[in-house]
Design a protein around this ligand. Structure first.
Ligand code: HEC
Length: 157
């Protein structure tokens, strides 16, 4: 009986939903902190890290993003975006805050069906430049790599 019980417990724990990407233990790195950290992880100067970031495309394949960068994006989402968009992409309604509209009812929670790279690039642009009157522009706060990683994160919701 005992080994069987153990097997059941193991199976149950294996079936529980895994976390998408573990959020970084610390607050997300922003601005100069981000470039200092990224320079260290790349083994280049902060200026070089900035130059490399400026040359990045809007769409980066998930496999090309280091796990630590994806974890940073999850932390940014939780810390800066979830306030309006909800941790899992379900829009939050709060008095005094603009309400993010519920983006569709099918597919991903954010309502995007992510029809290819053109769409991903459009989502990148919305994050960088803002959207409507309520969605802030993040292009001067976040690096291109952070925004591209956010697009990947949103797609995974
Ligand atoms: C103050 C509330 C607020 C915060 C904070 C916020 N958003 Fe938004 N966001 C909105 C609203 C409202 C809309 C809908 C705007 C519209 O369609 O007019 C939106 C729209 C979007 C869209 C959809 C744009 C499109 O192309 O349809 C994306 C993607 C998005 N936000 C990502 C983010 C990310 C990533 C962050 C954090 C870095 C963030 N938002 C933070 C309110 C917010």
């Amino acid at each position: 009986m005992r080994p069987l019980l153990l097997l059941v417990v193991l199976l149950l724990s294996a079936c529980s939903k895994p976390a998408l990407v573990a959020p970084a233990a610390t607050a997300p790195r922003l601005g100069a902190d981000w470039f200092a950290w990224r320079a260290e992880t790349l083994g280049v100067s902060a200026d070089e890290a900035r130059a490399r970031d400026a040359a990045l495309p809007a769409v980066i394949e998930p496999a090309e993003l280091p796990p630590a960068v994806r974890a940073e994006a999850a932390a940014i989402w939780a810390g800066q975006c979830a306030l309006c968009h909800g941790v899992d992409g379900t829009p939050v309604e709060r008095p005094g805050l603009p309400t993010a509209r519920a983006w569709g009812t099918t597919g991903a929670r954010m309502g995007f069906t992510f029809g290819g790279d053109k769409m991903r690039a459009g989502v990148f642009r919305s994050i960088a430049e803002g959207k409507g009157t309520a969605m802030p522009a993040w292009g001067s706060t976040l690096a291109r790599e952070q925004i591209a990683a956010l697009v990947v994160h949103i797609e995974s919701l």
